[in-house]
Design a protein. Structure first.
Length: 292
């Protein structure tokens, strides 16, 4: 087993678990007036500034030279538009169906983009693990989707495609720059682009004790740590593999709901969670060929 592939898979899993706390944190402050747009913007700006501080400590501050502008633009596009499409999608299609469509679509998009742009064909274990993981995702949300308009799937699918863009087109940047440098630039560009919309937002919730703690958590855990671990791990595994490992994100969110909020879990949902965990462990312990 290649140690780098194992470490890369573990780091992507840690990043996914950090991402998984976003919805839980959002649920704690949404009744105080926090909008999805404000939360997304704060995540980008605060997370970017934290990674900028890390760059300063490690001597890896961004410069103007060496950037592949096409990959930088597509990565910024993926990260920024994902923020808008995912939260919009869960509002229109529902949390269960929105998450199912977005996270289930991401591995497919990442695999297709990797094959088209970098001539990388997913490994055999990726196909097996992805089938198991997506099946688990379906079972985990079985019976929660309710009645919905198929047109409502547009935004969740767009969000899944955007995350696939992020995982695919950030890899060339990582060949030139350290992970923290690449994501600092991406997050800050996204945050600055989203900043004008904040002038119409009610930010009074940020002044409450719960709002302060939530803001810190959103910036530190769900953005700076989540993207840092994911991008460092992405250096060691393929984009398609990282996308499938990201299926651990809804599992983490579900477990938070069960363990902390006391949400009920059905045998079907429990089976789905077990399948997703099995699919991610399979990719971690079953070595793949060198990542693209």
């Amino acid at each position: 087993m290649k140690n780098s592939s194992l470490l890369g898979g573990v780091l992507v899993l840690v990043g996914a678990l950090c991402f998984s706390t976003t919805g839980f944190t959002q649920a704690l402050i949404v009744d105080d007036g926090a909008s999805s747009y404000a939360i997304g913007t704060i995540r980008m700006l605060f997370g970017g500034l934290l990674l900028l501080a890390l760059c300063a400590m490690r001597g890896s501050l961004p410069t103007l030279k060496g950037w592949d502008l096409k990959c930088l633009f597509l990565t910024v596009f993926g990260v920024g538009v994902y923020q808008l499409c995912f939260f919009k999608g869960t509002l229109q299609a529902g949390v269960a169906m929105g998450t199912l469509a977005a996270m289930g679509f991401t591995p497919v998009v990442a695999a297709i983009l990797g094959a088209l742009f970098y001539k990388v064909i997913p490994s055999r274990q990726w196909y097996i693990s992805t089938i198991i993981g997506v099946s688990g995702l379906i079972l985990m949300n079985w019976g929660k989707t309710g009645d919905f308009n198929p047109a409502a799937l547009f935004f969740p699918l767009a969000a899944g495609a955007c995350y696939g863009f992020t995982l695919t087109f950030s890899k060339p940047l990582l060949k030139v720059f350290p992970a923290e440098t690449a994501m600092t630039v991406v997050l800050l560009i996204c945050g600055v682009c989203m900043l004008p919309g904040m002038f119409t937002e009610d930010l009074s919730w940020m002044l409450t004790p719960r709002g302060v703690l939530a803001t810190l958590h959103l910036g530190v855990v769900t953005t700076a740590m989540a993207y840092f671990f994911t991008i460092v791990g992405l250096k060691m595994v393929s984009s398609a593999t990282a996308a499938t490992l990201s299926l651990a994100e809804p599992v983490g969110a579900a477990l938070l709901g069960i363990l902390i909020l006391g949400e009920a879990v059905t045998p079907t949902s429990f089976t789905g969670i077990a399948l997703i965990i099995a699919s991610t462990l399979l990719l971690v312990v079953w070595p793949e060929k060198k990542a693209e």
